[in-house]
Design a protein around this ligand. Structure first.
Ligand code: BYC
Length: 334
């Protein structure tokens, strides 16, 4: 009787070592890892985790802004907002496809999201209380997203990096539309200006939280930087965002709600106050103002879409069996 050893053979070990060396050399040369390449399990898991969280964020991120589509103040604003929310659905789809190249199916990832086993960005657990929030999300939230995602265009995993190129192009359009909307409101009435300021006051700190915990409390950064998944630390990107945004706030004529914000000539950066990390942890842990609402809405949409998925599967199976429709299975059986 043939016996299978539980332990890998020396040949297997050699080839595993070679594969691992090849992977490390690819990373060291700053070349891309592609789906068919060998990769350590930890790399695959980290990539799936980050891509899935990113995809979920895009999909859940449709809700706060979608809330204002029916109440946009003009046809033009409504068309812009509709297009933006649709872009976010598209970003989610590219990202789920990138996760699929790592062996993580979309159905499974969606299940992880709606059962609370995978995360999405903390920022989408805050409510959108006024129309100015649409502009402020475009300016600050998409602005933070661009800051975080432009370096990810050079991420070591090929399908993720390529998805990020297109996503970033669309995000810059989103950011500009937000800023343009706010400029228009700031040129309007005192009431409109107050609405913008009130929205900036609510979204400033949560936008800084989007970059993740401080570096000394970020369990994943060091490993992800070594693998070329992340190119900068959370704190580096947060600082870059603050430096980029303060002059824009000045041009807009709004005040950022941080008395500690001031230019530091020695550092060549703006100093800023301490983020409320207890609030961040609570929001990520499920206790934010809208966590339950967001997940309930996503779960309901998933259930309501069940018949569409079943119909699409039945249609695909029919095509598969029908030679008139080019069905390969039926053709092969001829
Ligand atoms: N919210 O070790 P760390 C968008 C988690 S979509 C929730 O630093 P990492 C947009 C983190 O996952 C915006 N959770 O982690 C869409 C980890 O948890 P686990 C989404 C957060 O991965 C529509 C733990 O905390 N962008 O822009 O090295 C409309 C420890 O953190 C958050 C992306 O997903 C957070 N803010 O770094 C408009 C970009 N921060 O999994 C706009 C891609 C951290 O260990 N992702 N956590 O349990 C990344 O760049 C990185 O994953 C992060 C976190 C910088 C976010």
């Amino acid at each position: 009787m043939e016996r299978h050893s539980e332990n890998p053979s020396t040949d297997q070990l050699d080839s595993e070592n070679e594969l691992s060396e090849h992977f490390e050399a690819t990373i060291a040369r700053d070349r891309r890892i592609e789906p068919r390449d060998w990769m350590p399990e930890g790399y695959r898991k980290t990539m799936i985790r980050q891509i899935a969280q990113h995809a979920h964020s895009e999909i859940i991120g449709m809700q706060p802004e979608g809330n204002w589509i029916t109440r946009a103040p003009s046809l033009r604003r409504k068309a812009i907002l509709l297009a933006k929310v649709q872009d976010e659905a598209g970003h989610g789809m590219y990202l789920y496809s990138a996760a699929e190249t790592l062996g993580a199916g979309r159905a499974g990832l969606t299940r992880m999201l709606i059962t609370g086993r995978q995360k999405y960005s903390s920022i989408f657990n805050y409510p959108t209380l006024s129309y100015a929030d649409v502009g402020v999300i475009g300016w600050l939230v998409d602005g933070a997203a661009i800051c975080n995602q432009v370096p990810l265009c050079r991420s070591s995993y090929g399908p993720y990096a390529r998805a990020m190129v297109r996503i970033c192009k669309e995000e810059s359009f989103h950011q500009r539309q937000g800023y343009e909307l706010l400029l228009t409101m700031m040129r309007g009435t005192a009431g409109q200006r107050a609405m913008v300021q009130e929205s900036v006051d609510r979204f400033w700190w949560p936008s800084l939280m989007m970059f993740g915990p401080p570096d000394d409390q970020s369990p994943n950064t060091e490993r992800s930087m070594a693998w070329g998944i992340k190119r900068h630390t959370n704190d580096e990107l947060r600082q870059r965002f603050v430096d980029m945004t303060v002059p824009q706030a000045g041009k807009l004529g709004v005040t950022l709600p941080d008395p500690g914000l001031r230019w530091n000539a020695d550092r060549g950066h703006y100093d800023f106050g301490e983020v409320d990390w207890a609030e961040f942890r609570a929001v990520v842990g499920g206790a934010g103002p809208c966590n339950a609402e967001r997940i309930a809405r996503r779960r309901a949409a998933h259930q309501e879409g069940e018949w569409v998925r079943e119909a699409a599967m039945a249609h695909a199976a029919k095509n598969h069996d029908d030679p008139e429709r080019g069905g390969a299975a039926a053709e092969a059986a001829r």
